[in-house]
Design a protein around this ligand. Structure first.
Ligand SMILES: O=C(CO)[C@H](O)[C@H](O)COP(=O)(O)O
Length: 233
């Protein structure tokens, strides 16, 4: 007699698909939905296409997500055309136990923060590897005006961080906003609210990838035993 093969652990792709589907429970019917950027959000967009007739459309946080949404027949609105969104659904590079996040691994942090700020609720979708005690192990993305890059990098060095300009195809990556990204390693961000406020007032910083003032309201965390829901008040 043979015993059944042990169930294999879900792959990261399956975990992302799982939270992408779970986020459909937070989609407010008849509304325009805020949609983020990244591989987890791409799974959400696929799932959203299945209920596209139940929403009015989306405000998107990047050209990449806009393209995907449109390809699946979901109307995309300019963020200026919508005063307030009921919900924003997006991934994260790190999230802590208070709903504070690092975002921007996909270089879309500025638009992500804008759409998050116009939304009543931020639903973060992530796999369990993104949950941390203290933010900072993931290189912190910061969008900067190119002429300020070196100065901002020196300011991070004074905080003990090591910054480098993100590159694509051998040249500095250019964001959807025509700016550059620097990635900073070696930081331990114990006061995300204070850190975000400080870095955002350095000349030439367009936006820092710490999401503390726009923290998550809820996080759907994919684990090998199912989706765990964390609420942050
Ligand atoms: O902030 C982001 C893009 O700027 C993404 O939300 C973050 O990088 C997570 O991406 P993924 O779901 O691919 O892990």
């Amino acid at each position: 007699m043979t015993s059944p093969a042990p169930a294999s652990a879900p792959t990261q792709d399956e975990l992302k698909a799982q939270v992408g589907r779970a986020a459909l429970d937070y989609v407010v019917k008849g509304e325009i939905i805020g949609v983020g950027t990244g591989s987890t959000v791409n799974k959400f967009i696929e799932a959203l296409a299945g209920i596209k007739d139940q929403i009015r459309g989306a405000v998107s946080s990047s050209e990449a997500s806009t393209e995907r949404l449109k390809a699946l027949g979901i109307e995309v609105f300019d963020s200026n055309a919508v005063e307030e969104l009921a919900v924003y659904i997006d991934g994260a590079d790190e999230i802590d136990g208070r709903g504070y996040m690092i975002k921007g691994g996909g270089a879309a942090l500025t638009r992500e923060k804008i759409v998050a700020a116009q939304s009543r609720r931020f639903v973060c979708i992530a796999d369990a590897s993104k949950l941390v005690n203290t933010l900072g192990a993931f290189p912190l993305p910061v969008e900067v005006v190119p002429m300020a890059a070196r100065r901002v990098m020196r300011q991070f060095a004074r905080l003990g961080g090591l910054a480098q300009v993100r590159e694509k195809d051998g040249a500095p990556l250019v964001t959807d906003n025509g700016q550059h990204i620097i990635d900073v390693t070696g930081l331990r961000i114990t006061d995300p609210l204070g850190f975000e406020a400080e870095v955002n007032q350095w000349p030439g910083v367009v936006e820092v990838g710490v999401f503390a003032h726009q923290r998550a309201s809820v996080c759907l965390l994919a684990t090998s035993s199912g989706v765990r829901t964390m609420r942050f008040g």
